[in-house]
Design a protein around this ligand. Structure first.
Ligand code: SIN
Length: 497
């Protein structure tokens, strides 16, 4: 296998058992290469603020090349059987499991999340390969009763073709595997733009895919920072790409959607959320606190499905606040590799500044700081896990904080809280806690979101249809529905029978 000439890592890069997983360039047609890049960009470890490595800043010409290779590779890859593809996906799962610790170390170094969370992410990410290995071999079509005598209608499901994939930095491995596993299972080839903040996890995954037998050209990876917007535009406008799958902000989703209009691409977008988390008077408060910790503070609040607005009913407001503050006080914040660290840094300084501006804005509008509320004086990009009470009419109402800030709103009635929870343009996830079974069904049906967690704050797994409604996007990833987002359904109507 040809690798980039320089595989040496910066002093602050992770120490790996298998240093072959440390890749320092893009991947085009099975070759590790800088493409036409004349410049490099730095990747920063957010837990230390130090440079952990540099990568080529690839551009539009490299996307065009990648698409040509993917288009060429498609000719034979689409003809492989589902069973062959399932065997390769199973092998990817095995190799990911064998390299579990190294892959987790890479995540912690470039994303900052604590090692325990990074290990959990690799397990989660790998599960998409085993899941879609299973789905691939159950790629059934239909036989449809015909209205016309002597005609038989059948459907088959075929790959879409070359697919463009754009992934975020908050789950550097799992957001790649969720898309790539389904894309490959369906027989597509891909051109992947790695996030500038966390590209090493993407490159390592791509290498594992190749080791598992994914042929040259089936997966191509572009590394870029300065040319991100142009690379995205080329992916959306290139006529040989037939689908774009994107996880990221609603703002960028709208740009990509308009750019994709000229070639009418199939799109799957998992965009921003503003998840309500409702605690009713009849909730089990200990379970609700555990739920909000899992949901609000996972990955230091940097997930699209994180609770953003925590609504607590009047009768339990004080009791819930006390229990939550107690739990948050036990967090240990620091560099993700540190012993006992429960919460890592944010991804960059702008993220820290945004959380602080949300705190200041809430306080200006009457909120009180129960715990936290300040930047942490450590190298890297840390913010204190924060709990605010009496939050009302502030930026958090409409904007995702994407940080470790639990904003507690007070409410009186079920009707009122449903109206407030739904009063937003987005609808990814929503959560609530109640011990009343009728209320459970009523509220689950009423929340305008793609995913509901009732009496749980942790919903993610390969088996569920992950995705949103409203301005949180469309399409579903994972689950039995996840494969069809990467397929075309073709009708074959046979006459003269
Ligand atoms: C996301 O934040 O976009 C994904 C989170 C998850 O898969 O749980």
């Amino acid at each position: 296998m040809s690798r980039s000439a320089s595989t040496s890592a910066a002093p602050s890069s992770p120490q790996l058992k298998n240093d072959k997983l440390w890749l320092t360039s893009g991947l085009l047609n099975g070759q590790w290469t800088s493409g036409t890049a004349t410049d490099t960009f730095e990747v920063i470890n957010p837990g230390t603020g130090k440079v952990m490595g540099t990568l080529p800043d690839m551009g539009v010409e490299d996307v065009k090349q990648a698409v040509k290779h993917a288009h060429e590779a498609l000719k034979s890859w689409r003809k492989t059987s589902e069973t062959e593809r399932a065997a390769i996906l199973t092998k990817i799962f095995q190799l990911t499991t064998e390299n579990h610790e190294d892959l987790a170390q890479i995540i912690t170094a470039e994303n900052g999340k604590p090692l325990a969370d990074a290990r959990g992410e690799i397990t989660y990410g790998a599960s998409y390969f085993s899941w879609f290995a299973g789905e691939a071999v159950r790629n059934y079509g239909d036989v449809i009763p015909s209205a016309t005598k002597g005609v038989q209608n059948t459907t088959i499901k075929q790959p879409i073709g070359v697919c463009g994939i754009i992934t975020p930095w908050n789950f550097p491995n799992a957001m790649v595997t969720r898309k790539v596993a389904a894309a490959l299972a369906a027989g597509n080839t891909v051109v992947l733009k790695a996030p500038a903040e966390t590209p090493y996890s993407v490159l390592a995954m791509a290498d594992i895919c190749r080791q598992a037998g994914v042929p040259d050209g089936v997966i191509n990876v572009i590394t870029t920072s300065k040319h991100t917007a142009d690379v995205g535009k080329e992916m959306c406008e290139n006529p040989l790409i037939h689908k774009i799958s994107f996880t990221g902000s609603t703002r960028v989703g709208k740009i990509l959607m308009s750019q994709s209009a000229s070639t009418l691409k199939k799109l799957s977008f998992e965009l921003g959320g503003n998840a309500p988390f409702i605690v009713f008077d009849d909730a089990d408060l200990d379970k609700a606190v555990a739920g909000v910790i899992a949901c609000k503070f996972r990955q230091s609040g940097q997930t699209c499905v994180c609770a953003n607005r925590v609504y607590v009913q009047d009768g339990v407001y004080e009791a819930f606040t006390t229990k939550l503050a107690e739990a948050v006080r036990n967090f240990k914040v620091g560099e993700g590799t540190g012993e006992g660290i429960t919460h890592g840094p944010l991804i960059h300084q702008a993220a820290v500044d945004k959380v602080h501006s949300h705190v200041e804005d809430a306080v200006k509008n009457g909120a009180k700081v129960v715990i936290g509320g300040k930047k942490v004086d450590l190298p890297g990009y840390f913010y204190e896990p924060t709990v605010l009470t009496e939050v009302n009419s502030c930026a958090i109402d409409n904007e995702e904080t994407f940080g470790p800030l639990a904003a507690l709103y007070r409410f009186k009635t079920e009707e009122e809280v449903i109206a407030r929870a739904n009063d937003t343009e987005v609808g990814l996830a929503g959560y609530f806690f109640t011990e009343n079974i009728s209320r459970l069904h009523r509220v689950a049906a009423a929340l305008e979101v793609g995913m509901v967690g009732a009496n749980t704050g942790a919903i993610s797994q390969a088996a569920i249809p992950f995705g949103g409604i409203k301005e949180s996007g469309f399409g579903r990833e994972g689950s039995k529905y996840g494969l069809q987002d990467w397929q075309n359904i073709k009708l074959i109507s046979i006459g003269g029978l």
